[in-house]
Design a binder for this molecule. Structure first.
Ligand code: ATP
Ligand code: MG
Length: 410
């Protein structure tokens, strides 16, 4: 097995409701990342994005990591992982500070962000991310790089993401049980958006919708920055469940039928095309038309898109996303999903897959891997920042945060 220089390797672990994916990326001399290892294993210990069975999750992680290590020819010691689930909350906040020497330095930025952090957060929630959206110096708005600018008053507008303490602890516990360290925990839709959205889309305003197995994760970007995040506990598993109930077939066969034949737009399904459906018990298989299958699937996708639309309206950003909606995640592969989404949202919609990485291109360019690839890209940026050491502010708070997680003293 060829041995890779482990210093240039980054690993990501997407612990999803349907599958656990481990990816290994190698950072080249130019700083770009190439995927060199990928391992995927069905996930058994999660419900709606949250760990409910530690032993099963540990097994899935171990298998996925072993596979990725074997393919990459290396050992993984630590990795970046994603977090999701309906326990995730988010809010926008702002903080103000005086610019001490009339020229912004990193410490001023740190103070402004810290001031924005002072908001009431429930005791069982912990801050996962404080994402700067923009800075305002005196009256000048829309500043993204404040360091070095002159002024007297610095205001930071931030997006704060919090998650349940117990959910994060269980996730970290599973990874530790596999003998691995956690570099950082990243909100899943943030990772996915890093992998599939272009800078132009973020600038123009866009809504990323990651439809997985257990949850649908949303991230809204306006003016180049994150503005809103939300999690809806409806996704592919519900669709499979609907099919199982409507066609009276075991869940496993409902899943196969869904992936092979389902379509979420009845206009696109033919009434003449028949599929054979396994019955429960000893009963003989029956035949259904693709149209009747689509009639089961369409209402669930329509409900999901309607809920997302309502969330967008509630967030107040509905009219600010000129680039429309980008669907990703396994369930975005459903035939007719973009067409139905366009009808419901009345906005341009496209399907997004990770594009900006090299290596294993044919495999990795699938909406299923958006979160995993995004984790690698985040990890790479984090590493570059550490190397530059100029981001002492961000790293310090990140390290302090991670230390407290490991100790469990939230
Ligand atoms: N071709 C397909 N058409 C429709 N649905 C599909 C297809 N392929 C996979 N899916 C569905 O995608 C879902 C899995 O997606 P994904 O791998 O993104 O989920 P996950 O990341 O494990 O879960 P989550 O993010 O919700 O925790 C499953 O419900 C599966 O049935
Ligand atoms: Mg997912």
């Amino acid at each position: 097995m060829p041995r890779k220089d482990e210093k240039s390797l980054i690993a990501g672990l997407d612990i999803g409701t349907s599958k656990v994916v481990a990816v290994v990326g190698e950072v080249g001399a130019d700083g770009a990342i190439e995927v060199v290892g990928l391992g995927s294993n069905p996930s058994r210990g999660l419900k709606k994005g949250v760990v409910v069975n530690i032993d099963s999750t540990v097994q899935s992680i171990q298998r996925a990591v072993d596979e990725a290590e074997q393919m990459a020819g290396c050992r993984i010691h630590s990795l970046y992982t994603g977090i999701a689930g309906s326990h995730i909350r988010s809010l926008n906040s702002h903080g103000v500070t005086a610019i001490k020497n009339h020229e912004v330095v990193a410490a001023d930025v740190d103070r402004a962000i810290e001031a924005a952090r002072v908001v009431a957060i429930p005791a069982d929630q912990k801050v996962l991310h404080i994402l700067p959206r923009e800075f305002i110096i005196d009256t000048q708005e829309g500043i993204h790089e404040p360091v070095g600018m002159s002024g007297v008053r610095l205001e930071a507008k931030v997006h704060i993401v919090t998650g349940a303490v117990s959910a994060a602890q269980n996730l970290i516990k599973c990874i530790h049980r596999c003998g691995l360290e956690v570099d950082d925990v990243i909100l899943e839709q943030l990772a996915s958006s890093r992998a599939v959205l272009s800078d132009d889309e973020k600038e123009l305003g866009v809504c990323l919708v990651d439809i997985g197995g257990g949850t649908t994760d949303i991230a809204v970007f306006t003016n180049g920055s994150i503005s809103h995040t939300a999690v809806i506990p409806i996704a592919g598993d519900q669709v499979t469940n609907d099919i199982a109930i409507a066609l009276r077939t075991p869940t496993q066969s409902a899943e196969e039928i869904k992936v092979k034949y389902a379509c979420c737009l009845t206009q696109m399904a033919s009434a003449d095309e028949n599929i054979e459906v396994t019955s429960v018990g000893d009963r003989a298989p029956r035949r259904f038309s693709r149209l009747s299958l689509a009639e089961v699937v369409e209402p669930r996708y329509e409900e999901l898109f309607t809920l997302i639309k309502a969330e967008l309206q509630r967030s107040g950003y509905e009219n600010l996303i000129a680039a429309g909606v980008v669907l990703t995640g396994g369930s975005a592969q459903m035939e007719g999903a973009t067409e139905l989404a366009e009808q419901v949202f009345e906005m341009p919609t496209r399907r997004g897959a990770p594009l900006s990485v090299a290596g294993l291109a044919e495999v990795i360019r699938n909406p299923i891997y958006s979160t995993s690839v995004g984790l690698l890209l985040f990890g790479n940026e984090n590493r570059q920042a550490k190397l530059n050491a100029s981001l002492a502010v961000g790293n310090k708070s990140l390290l302090a945060r991670m230390k407290s997680w490991f100790k469990g003293n939230f």
